[in-house]
Design a protein around this ligand. Structure first.
Ligand code: NDP
Length: 685
């Protein structure tokens, strides 16, 4: 009996009647069906706006990061429920790992980024603060705030779990409800994942809805504060992008589409080099992982003309070792395509490519998938094509066969190789295999113009390389031109895509009040109690201490030189110092820093637990012998990470603004120091 893949709309599972039957990719049996009931998109949008947005914004960045971590742990602990479902898509255990654990890994990465990089509250201050007037009374800066809208994610069939989670993680952190529409042919795996996410009870109501089947009038119901992201074919992207409502309301539409990614074998690499095998291995791996159904897979392998034969021989030998068949079998390294429709699609595209190429390896070379019932499965033979004159051909640079298919392209010199790479008209990723650093330095700036990511591969990087085809949470995913022109991942960059950036202008005190962060020039509060003696809870932004003064002496410089071993001429050679732009011996910058700490620190044990670094350090003026310095220490920013110390006491992060000035009130050093400050005893966790 086929199981109905349901939608999750407004907090309930919807769908009882079958619509489109979904066959197992492995043996062709009917296993699932999308549901026939039309989704009420009015209800979907209303639920997201009325329930999802307030529920998400009741939490702040830090709390959402915490939930994301809990969710990642929950899914990781439940992963064994997903692997059997994943195998119906044709995924081997290794393919499933990329999809399932790659997905949870992305959640973990974003949870950690959110916790360490995002503030408490729901506003990000994106500095710097820039003076807009001469007197320092009018300044400007930027803030990022939740858009108070919905995110519609239309995903491709090839990564039913990762494809959803890599977009969900930044969206959730940003405080936007997600409406996820998976590719129908593998929607059952996305549905299984969403069931776990809902069952976890970790997500606020309305923060995630799942739409199986068509999107009906969903896009027509969106508004300017919403966002649409799309992964799939360029044709569908172009069609959806033209939606009248999206255009009229300037609704951002992020696209990740077809990409004719390339790998270039450098002219310096001979068949005896380790790099030669690295190249062949990378091409073979990109053809066989997920049966080549990766938006990042190498579709074009660009090879020096005199190395073509050697590459063919090694590539054939490597691919011959790949056992294709039922992914449930231990010996199988490559499964079928995700659907029977994809087999037809890939076959049609290979036929197009063959009009310009020679077949080097294909189904006629003894292709025989192993396993029960595989005759009815969606298998496709690893296929290698050869273009001898790729500069004069178009199809090889235009047609993406979304399966285990790669075209070798011969080139005569590096400029030609780079021209061929750019013929992809914008790609997600490219790889250059070379040991020649000069070549890399010349080629990469040219190749970067048409690529979203570039991998430089040689023996040194190989030991730890994550590979050509793996998008990583901290690196940008998305490419220009044909690849869609979109951007995903890239650490916090992707969270910012789901936030609104707004420029702010006003007095420092006003800007400080809005951004919740001390801004130089804003009013401060001074009291008898040293700020270091206040707990995290009692500290207020703007709590400040102006220290006593200290005159810098020659003895200070000599002592500091002796202590640190820093005898730089500027501090110790009067003649050289006199000839320098400063015209005199000056104090070490690090002495000024240390002396400032001596001025502002309150030495007795107290709530400040640790000083773990400083940011934005600048020495803005030299300090000479006889200059008199003092420091102003001001509580700049507080971040409550809900952490507890070893004794179980709660603690938070406090950033302090430090301004060191001289006897003329001129700034000589400026920086932020970062400390951990404990909370009141009563708040102990
Ligand atoms: P599609 O572009 O057809 O589908 C992508 C997503 O869009 C799916 O969720 C699909 O849903 C949805 N969709 C399709 N038509 C509409 C519509 N009119 N309104 C709303 N949503 C729609 O790509 P496929 O996934 O079918 O793959 C086709 C080809 O695209 C592949 O063979 C490959 O060449 C390329 N591709 C590229 C990828 C990349 O990242 N570069 C990833 C995947 C595919 P449904 O499944 O229900 O039709």
């Amino acid at each position: 009996m086929t199981q109905i893949v349901q939608s999750y709309i407004a907090g309930r599972w919807v769908g009882a009647q079958p619509a489109q039957v979904i066959r197992s990719a492995v043996n062709g049996r009917n296993i699932f069906a999308t549901h026939a009931e039309a989704s009420d998109f009015g209800e979907v949008v209303d639920h997201g706006r009325r329930v999802g947005i307030p529920a998400l914004l009741k939490l702040d960045f830090q709390e959402r990061a915490e939930r994301l971590k809990a969710l990642a742990k929950y899914l990781q602990a439940s992963k064994d429920k997903l692997y059997p479902v994943s195998s119906h898509t044709g995924a081997t255990r290794a393919d499933g790992w990329v999809d399932i654990e790659g997905g949870t890994g992305t959640l973990f990465a974003y949870a950690s980024l959110g916790s360490s990089e995002l503030p408490s509250g729901n506003l990000i201050h994106e500095g710097p603060v820039v003076p807009l007037g001469k007197g320092g009374q009018f300044v400007g800066s930027h803030v990022l705030v939740p858009r108070r809208g919905l995110a519609v994610h239309i995903n491709a069939f090839n990564f039913p779990v990762w494809g959803m989670l890599e977009k969900f993680a930044p969206t959730f952190l940003a405080g936007m409800p997600c409406i996820v529409k998976p590719g129908s042919s593998t929607s059952y795996l996305t549905e299984a994942t969403v069931r776990l996410m809902v069952e976890s009870g970790i997500l606020p109501e309305g923060s995630l809805q799942l739409v199986v089947g068509g999107t009906g009038d969903l896009l027509d119901r969106l508004a300017g504060e919403d966002i649409v992201t799309f992964t799939g074919s360029a044709d569908t992207a172009a069609k959806l992008k033209r939606n009248d409502n999206l255009i009229r309301q300037s609704i951002p539409f992020n696209v990740e589409a077809d990409s004719l990614n390339c790998a270039i074998l450098g002219p310096d690499v001979s068949p005896d080099d380790e790099e030669f095998d690295l190249f062949v291995k990378e091409v073979a791996r990109e053809m066989t992982v997920k049966a080549g159904q990766k938006c990042t897979a190498i579709r074009r392998a660009i090879v020096p003309r005199d190395r073509v034969d050697a590459v063919i021989t090694r590539l054939k030998a490597r691919l011959a070792k790949v056992v294709v068949g039922d992914p449930a079998r231990e010996d199988v390294r490559m499964g079928p395509l995700a659907s029977h429709a994809q087999v037809e699609d890939v076959a049609a595209r290979v036929a197009q490519l063959l009009a310009e190429t020679e077949q080097v390896l294909g189904a006629s070379d003894g292709f025989a998938p192993v396993g029960d019932g595989v005759e009815e499965g969606a298998f496709f033979a690893p296929t290698v094509l050869l273009a001898r004159q790729p500069l004069t051909q178009d199809t090889v640079h235009d047609v993406e066969a979304f399966g285990p298919v790669c075209t070798l392209m011969a080139y005569d010199d590096v400029d030609e190789a780079l021209t061929l790479a750019a013929r992809g008209k914008g790609s997600l990723v490219g790889t250059l295999v070379t040991r020649d650093t000069q070549l890399a330095a010349r080629a990469i700036p040219l190749a970067a113009a048409s690529h979203g990511r570039l991998l430089l591969l040689e023996r040194e990087a190989a030991a730890e390389s994550t590979g050509h085809g793996s998008p990583l949470p901290l690196l940008k995913h998305g490419g220009p031109g044909r690849a869609g022109g979109g951007e995903e991942l890239g650490g916090l960059r992707s969270v910012k895509h789901y936030l609104q950036r707004t420029a702010l202008q006003g007095s420092p005190s006003m800007i400080a009040a809005v951004v919740g962060e001390y801004v130089r020039g804003a009013k401060v509060q001074e009291s008898e109690l040293h700020p270091f003696r206040k707990t995290f809870d009692d500290l207020a932004i703007g709590d400040s201490l102006l220290t006593h003064r200290r005159t810098v002496t020659e003895a200070d410089i000599v002592n500091f030189g002796g202590l640190s071993g820093d005898y730089f001429y500027m501090h110790f050679d009067a003649i050289a110092a006199q000839q320098s732009p400063f015209g005199q011996r000056i104090a070490h910058g690090y002495f000024v820093l240390s002396a400032a700490a001596g001025l502002f620190v309150s030495p007795a044990p107290g709530p400040v637990l640790a000083n773990y670094g400083l940011d934005n350090l600048r020495f803005t003026k030299p300090v000479g012998i006889g200059d008199t310095i003092r420091a102003r220490l001001t509580c700049k920013r507080k971040v409550d990470r809900k952490k507890v110390d070893a004794q179980g006491r709660g603690q938070g992060v406090v950033a302090w603004d430090v301004a060191v000035t001289n006897q003329n009130d001129e700034l000589v050093a400026t920086y932020d120091i970062l400390t951990l400050v404990s909370k009141k005893e009563a708040d102990a966790a």
